[in-house]
Each structure stands twice: as structure tokens, then as C-alpha cells.
Design a binder for this molecule. Structure first.
Ligand code: TYM
Length: 336
């Protein structure tokens, strides 16, 4: 059986929300728990990605600790997985430069997330924001990742990583890079805003009522779900009946993912009932899953030195793991 290398990252800006949790973090933890002795997992805080837009240095430093605590609280185990900040492993940035010489401008021009994030002021966006998918490719390729657990919004970036890996291997006639597979959850791969079922739940949405944060107290979770946009129709008997009802579909998918059921099973339970019945049950399911994570998060945040120690020791392990591949890449390209 071939070795699995599971690699993924998250930006340290804002709090962990339900979209990150269901789209990515819970999968990280499930995959970490299923690791076999020959497998490895690398989970990192993408602090270099965070600075592609302006950041307050103090808030960034605190955000990194808060995110480390959130990942640990959610079940990332630094004994079984390597947890670190990618800025502390220079091989990521170094490989990103080399891969930037392999990637084509036309490929980057197709990245939809750059278009979304730069908005109308494309000329005024940082060069880092434009090239960051190349750094993301380096993030996974530097560990020869085989599996990359992410939400659906990262699929295009992973396809780019595969294209870059393949071009490098072909250009130099080597088999250096593994082609990473995105692992996207079957249910709720793209959790959407509670205010608008057509856009994704995101840290950058100006309305806090659009998302459930890990740090929200129970009363706030309940209020956000009560206020979540829905439609006046009752829930259908099967998930097919949610077609054209994006807000209803989103809430059903969230419920299904949280309770590890299919949307059809959730619809069967609530068929014919309105959202007045469904919403309290959804609040309960969110609190049952996130409540213990939130409590652990608070406890972990009390010891900042310990968080820094965990990240420092993870970085040391990650540096050692990345070094051989980087040396081989340099040799392959002809660098001294
Ligand atoms: P980031 O920080 O935006 O999101 C972290 C993870 O959460 C997932 N996610 C969602 N999943 C479902 N529904 C949502 N509404 C939702 N919002 C976010 C994302 O898909 C992601 O898996 N560029 C990345 C970080 C990164 C990375 C990497 C990821 C850097 N290097 C290498 C994988 C591999 C990012 O900004 O994710």
C-alpha cells in the first residue's frame, strides 16, 4: 500500500467559522485519526497568505495563536500531525519562487479567487495576492502531498498545483512531485452565508450574522440561526425538492454534515414541517458539535507560551521533512 501524505492549510485571519470547520478542519481530524503508521499529516497556518492583503502586525500575531488554539481544540493532535506556520519553514517560499518560473501567466489569470478578492481594483492588488496560488502549490508539493482536504472553493488552486507539478516533472524528465488529490467533503463542500444562499460563508463577509464562529456564545448561535434567511415553504421529503431554494438547501446540508447523515435523511426526518421546527434542532446540532470545541479553545488560549512552543516544534519537524525535496528540486533545476 502506498504512503499517504495529508497536507492542508488555513489562513489565520478572523475566527474559525462553520464553513472552515465542515469544509476542511473536521476532515483534517478524521484523516489524522485514520493515519496508518507509514502515513504523515502536515497542517499549517498560512500566515504568508494572510499578508497578501494589509494586516495589522499585532492582530496577525494574535490571529496565529487563536487559529493554532482552534485547530488543537478541533482535534488536531501535534503528536500525530505536524502543526506549524508556513512562514517558519522557508522551503515553502523558496519552492514557490522556483515553481513560479514553471507556472504560466495564463494559468494564474484564470484563478477565480484572485478576481473575487481583488474586486474592481485589480491593478491596485498586491503581486502576492496574484501569485499566491503558486505558494499554495509549493505548500503541498514540498511534502509530496497525496491528499489535500479542502472545501470546494480551493479546488481550482489544487488543479493548478497538479498542473505545475506535472509541468515540472515533464520539463525536467523527472518524477519528483506527486500529483495531489483534493479531498472535498461530499456533504456541505461549500457552506453558504446564512444571509444569502448564493455566496459562501466567509471570514471577510461584513455581516457577522452571515456566519457561525467557533467563538460565538450559545445565545448568539441561536439568534443567528433564528435570523437565518429561509423561505416560507415547508421542508420537502427528499433533497431533490430543495432545488432552487439555496437558503433551505444550505441549512439542510449543514444539518446533514453536522449529524453525519445525507441531506435525504434530514429531509425525511423533517418532511412537511416548517423552519420554525427545523431551526431549533439545527441550533442544537451546531452547539453539540462546536460547544466542546469552543470550550477547549478558551482553555488553550490561556497558555500562549504553550501554543508558541507547539508551533515552534512543528516548524522544526516540517523544516526537516521539506529539506530533502527542496535539495532535489535545486539539483534538478541546476542551482548550486
Ligand atoms: P481559507 O483560510 O480561506 O479556508 C480554510 C479551509 O476552509 C475551507 N472553507 C470552506 N469550506 C466550505 N465552505 C465554506 N464556506 C468555506 N470557507 C472556507 C477552504 O476550502 C479551506 O480548505 N488558500 C487557502 C489556505 C491554504 C491552503 C494551502 C489550503 C494555503 N495553502 C495548501 C490547502 C493546501 C485558504 O485561503 O483557505
Amino acid at each position: 500500500m502506498t504512503m499517504r501524505r495529508i497536507v492542508s492549510g488555513i489562513q489565520p485571519t478572523g475566527h474559525l467559522h462553520l464553513g472552515n470547520y465542515l469544509g476542511a478542519i473536521r476532515q483534517w481530524v478524521d484523516m489524522q485519526r485514520a493515519l496508518r503508521p507509514e502515513d504523515e499529516a502536515f497542517f499549517f497556518i498560512a500566515d504568508l497568505h494572510a499578508i497578501t492583503v494589509r494586516q495589522d502586525p499585532r492582530a496577525l500575531r494574535e490571529g496565529i495563536r487563536a487559529m493554532a488554539a482552534a485547530l488543537l481544540a478541533a482535534g488536531v493532535d501535534p503528536q500525530r500531525a505536524t502543526l506549524f506556520c508556513h512562514s517558519q519553514v522557508p522551503a515553502h517560499a523558496e519552492l514557490a519562487w522556483i515553481l513560479g518560473c514553471v507556472a504560466r501567466v495564463g494559468w494564474l489569470n484564470r484563478m477565480t479567487q484572485f478576481k473575487e478578492k481583488s474586486g474592481k481594483d485589480r491593478e491596485g492588488a498586491s503581486v502576492g495576492l496574484y501569485t499566491y496560488p503558486v505558494l499554495q502549490a509549493a505548500d503541498v508539493l514540498v511534502y509530496r502531498a497525496t491528499h489535500v482536504p479542502v472545501g470546494e472553493d480551493q479546488k481550482q488552486h489544487l488543479e493548478l498545483a497538479r498542473d505545475i507539478a506535472l509541468k515540472f516533472n515533464t520539463d525536467f524528465g523527472v518524477e519528483l512531485f506527486a500529483l495531489p488529490e483534493p479531498t472535498i467533503p461530499p456533504t456541505a463542500p461549500r457552506v453558504r452565508s446564512l444571509r444569502d444562499g448564493t455566496v459562501k460563508m466567509s471570514k471577510s463577509d461584513p455581516s457577522d450574522y452571515s456566519r457561525i464562529n467557533l467563538t460565538d456564545p450559545p445565545e448568539l448561535v441561536s439568534r443567528k440561526i433564528q435570523k437565518a434567511r429561509t423561505d416560507p415553504e415547508p421542508l420537502p421529503a427528499t433533497a431533490a425538492g430543495l432545488e432552487g431554494r439555496p437558503e433551505a438547501q444550505n441549512l439542510v446540508e449543514i444539518m446533514a454534515a453536522l449529524t453525519r447523515r445525507t441531506p435525504d435523511e434530514v429531509c425525511a426526518e423533517f418532511a412537511g414541517r416548517g423552519f420554525a421546527d427545523f431551526k431549533p434542532a439545527l441550533t442544537e446540532a451546531i452547539l453539540a458539535e462546536l460547544g466542546p470545541v469552543s470550550a477547549r479553545w478558551k482553555a488553550l488560549m490561556a497558555d500562549r507560551d504553550e501554543l508558541d512552543r507547539i508551533l515552534a516544534s512543528g516548524a522544526e519537524r516540517a523544516r526537516a521533512a521539506a529539506a530533502p525535496l527542496l535539495a532535489e528540486v535545486r539539483r534538478t533545476v541546476g542551482l548550486p
